[in-house]
Design a binder for this molecule. Structure first.
Ligand SMILES: [Fe+2]
Ligand SMILES: [Fe+2]
Length: 269
């Protein structure tokens, strides 16, 4: 069974539903965060960055990359879950329907492309789920904070103060977040999209900041300003599921032109 994406499971539900102990998905999510919080160490993040940010794994035309990503399909629940491309298209279409700039539409279309990490053999806990800074004390605003007691960094004095290896308000660009699809797609897109779109890609899973403001002390003024865009983006990611899926044949022309306007022929992975 495919792991249920915490983006939709933990965030899309009302508190009562989320606390339903009868819900088998709840245990799956708990187990996911147990693994994620145990193994996402400062060193782990550095190692993954060194490997994946060389972008020497694969070269694909943009539209082939969507086909590749779509191999990640939920076989366990075909009735309620969208495939990856449908989720991306519904996100981008909802953004477009609200009249936002075309680069935000494109950010919607691309925001989960980094999930191809799963297809390169990465476990789910190293690809999806909420992200959080490593190298400093964990905020109690992070989901399931109790699982950090299993993380070796929690016993390492260098990483245990409020600022850890960072300086006050040093800016998030100087902070390492847990490794996953957000940072990967940001790095993939950073030459091509304007700054607000890049913030949306890079921080869309950073709930302990964009929802809870748990890391104001690391944020620069620029970050605060740009997080207005991250917050604007979030509901489109969470709530854009539409019972009538968009008709791709009608939309194809628009999206082909949009991709051509901003992106190169081929993307490096
Ligand atoms: Fe995502
Ligand atoms: Fe998403």
């Amino acid at each position: 069974m495919r792991y249920p994406d915490p983006e939709t499971i933990t965030k899309g539900k009302e508190t009562d539903e989320y606390r339903n102990y009868e819900d088998p998905q709840r245990d799956t999510v708990r187990e996911f965060y147990r693994l994620n919080h145990t193994y996402q160490t400062y060193d782990f993040v550095k190692t993954k960055r060194e490997d994946y940010l060389r972008f020497n794994k694969k070269k694909m035309p943009v539209w082939s990359a969507f086909d590749f990503l779509n191999q990640l399909v939920d076989d366990s629940d075909p009735d309620t879950d969208l495939d990856q491309f449908q989720h991306l298209l519904q996100t981008s279409e909802a953004i477009r329907a609200d009249g936002h700039p075309d680069w935000m539409v494109l950010a919607g279309l691309m925001h989960d492309m980094g999930k191809v990490l799963c297809l390169f053999g990465e476990p789910q806990w190293a690809v999806v789920g909420d992200t959080f800074p490593v190298g400093c004390a964990y905020s109690d605003k992070i989901v399931y904070p109790e699982f950090f007691s299993e993380n070796p960094d929690s016993k390492d004095a260098r990483y245990n103060t409020q600022y850890g290896v960072y300086k006050p308000n040093c800016g998030l660009d100087n902070v390492l977040l847990s490794w996953g699809h957000d940072e990967y797609v940001y790095q993939m897109m950073k030459e091509y999209l304007p700054e607000p779109a890049l913030y949306m890609l890079r921080y869309h899973s950073f709930y302990s900041q964009h929802r809870e403001n748990g890391y104001d002390h690391l944020m620069s003024e620029r970050d605060h300003k740009m997080f207005t865009w991250v917050k604007l983006f979030n509901p489109y990611d969470l709530y854009s599921k539409n019972p009538t899926p968009p008709d791709w044949n009608q939309l194809k022309g628009y999206y082909e032109a949009l991709v051509k306007k901003y992106l190169p022929e081929e993307l490096l992975f």
